[in-house]
Design a protein around this ligand. Structure first.
Ligand SMILES: Cc1cc2nc3c(=O)[nH]c(=O)nc-3n(C[C@H](O)[C@H](O)[C@H](O)COP(=O)(O)OP(=O)(O)OC[C@H]3O[C@@H](n4cnc5c(N)ncnc54)[C@H](O)[C@@H]3O)c2cc1C
Ligand code: SF4
Length: 335
């Protein structure tokens, strides 16, 4: 680990002022940042511990859910309003990491965690455009079973690792940001950017800018939402594929509103708006769900080892839609 200065400011203003806008990093739970510092992938000159900042509130009311950037994953997952009115968020969180990690890890840190691509995480491999711009991509001809099939580029095929981000993107969440220039809000879907030729740039976060909160509008579709995650083992594992969906039915039984987002397959949390449009206005039926799932995976670009993800994602999405449209009680357990 490279040497760094450590600061623990008491206010947002002091934290923003401490950031040099280049090499400094904010520290929340540290479950990703410290991990990457230990393996020399991250080498900040300064670590600004934000844990004293008043950003832990989880507030529900006035037509929205607002989650402070420092709220812990476990607290959000167990919050009564989240469980009742935004089940896809609670389920995505409970399916993430482990209880110990969820107690440490924050919402802001989760949204900004880096990819798990093994070439990105191992500096012995020189070729990684995300870690070392212009160096190539070792995964293209290497181990790519877990890599992305949607939104990829010839520069990078890394998958976005967050489960929470998939659920939030499905529900039209906005992310609230603070910098020395003031506050702004962005749709979370727009916050994440495609890799293109610059996979080192993953979000629209400006240097030194801080995530202060995430806001999710309340809706019927959010109340009828669910998260289905398929992984190599039942706990403590990232998604091979996942689906965050919501289905709201009208009085005549047809679909009034639908949300579809995929995880484990995209270079960013993957919202499938064409699939949603296909569902709305139709009676909920297995054949319709299968068609929507096929549409959601259109344009997938596979590599040598990850073609299986396309069919797995289709089946996962079909199952998740069936689940969200049913009136059955959904049983879900912690990972
Ligand atoms: C073994 C293991 C298994 C895991 N499994 C899963 C899984 O299944 N699903 C899943 O989604 N995640 C999984 N994770 C990832 C885990 O959820 C993240 O490490 C965690 O959410 C990061 O949150 P943190 O608060 O610890 O972030 P930190 O490590 O503190 O920060 C992460 C990044 O975000 C930046 N940052 C943090 N807060 C802010 C802020 N407010 N504003 C601006 N920048 C900020 C930091 O500078 C850093 O770059 C796993 C992790 C491990 C180690
Ligand atoms: S997939 Fe992306 S993160 Fe992985 S080696 Fe290629 S450039 Fe690096």
């Amino acid at each position: 680990m490279s040497p760094f200065s450590y600061f623990r400011p008491d206010s947002i203003e002091a934290a923003l002022a401490q950031h040099d806008g280049v090499l400094a990093r904010y520290l929340a739970g540290g479950t990703n940042l410290i991990d990457l510092m230990k393996i020399d992938v991250e080498k900040p000159n300064a670590v600004i511990d934000v844990n004293r900042l008043a950003l832990t509130a989880i507030e529900s009311g006035n037509g929205a859910l607002r989650i402070g950037a420092l709220a812990r994953m476990s607290d959000v997952a167990a919050h009564a309003a989240v469980v009742a009115d935004y089940p896809v968020i609670a389920q995505a969180l409970v399916a993430s990491a482990s209880p110990q990690l969820r107690n440490m890890a924050s919402i802001g840190g989760n949204l900004l965690q880096r990819t798990r691509c093994s070439y990105f995480r191992d500096i012995a491999f020189a070729a990684c455009n995300k870690r070392n711009p212009g160096s190539g991509c070792a995964a293209l001809a290497g181990e790519n079973r877990r890599h992305a099939v949607l939104g990829v580029s010839p520069s990078c095929i890394a998958v976005h690792p967050s489960d929470l981000a998939v659920a939030l993107v499905a529900l039209d969440a906005t992310v609230h940001l603070r910098s020395t220039r003031g506050e702004r809000a962005l749709a979370l879907d727009d916050f994440y950017v495609l890799p293109g030729n610059t996979p080192d740039k993953e979000t629209r976060l400006q240097p030194g800018e801080m995530v202060v909160a995430v806001e999710v509008p309340a809706s019927t579709v959010a109340r009828h939402s669910t998260y289905l995650k398929i992984r190599d083992r039942a706990a403590f594992e990232f998604a091979l594929v996942s689906a965050a969906v919501g289905v709201a039915l009208a009085a005549d039984g047809r679909i009034a509103d639908a949300r579809v987002a995929l995880g484990g397959v995209g270079s960013k949390p993957w919202r499938a708006r064409r699939a949603e449009a296909l569902l709305v206005g139709e009676p909920p039926q297995p054949a319709l769900f299968a068609t929507a799932a096929a549409v959601a995976l259109e344009g997938a670009q596979t590599q040598q080892q990850n073609a299986f993800k396309v069919e797995l994602a289709r089946r996962t999405l079909t199952r998740a839609l069936r689940r969200a449209a049913s009136t059955e009680e959904i049983s879900w357990t912690a990972g």
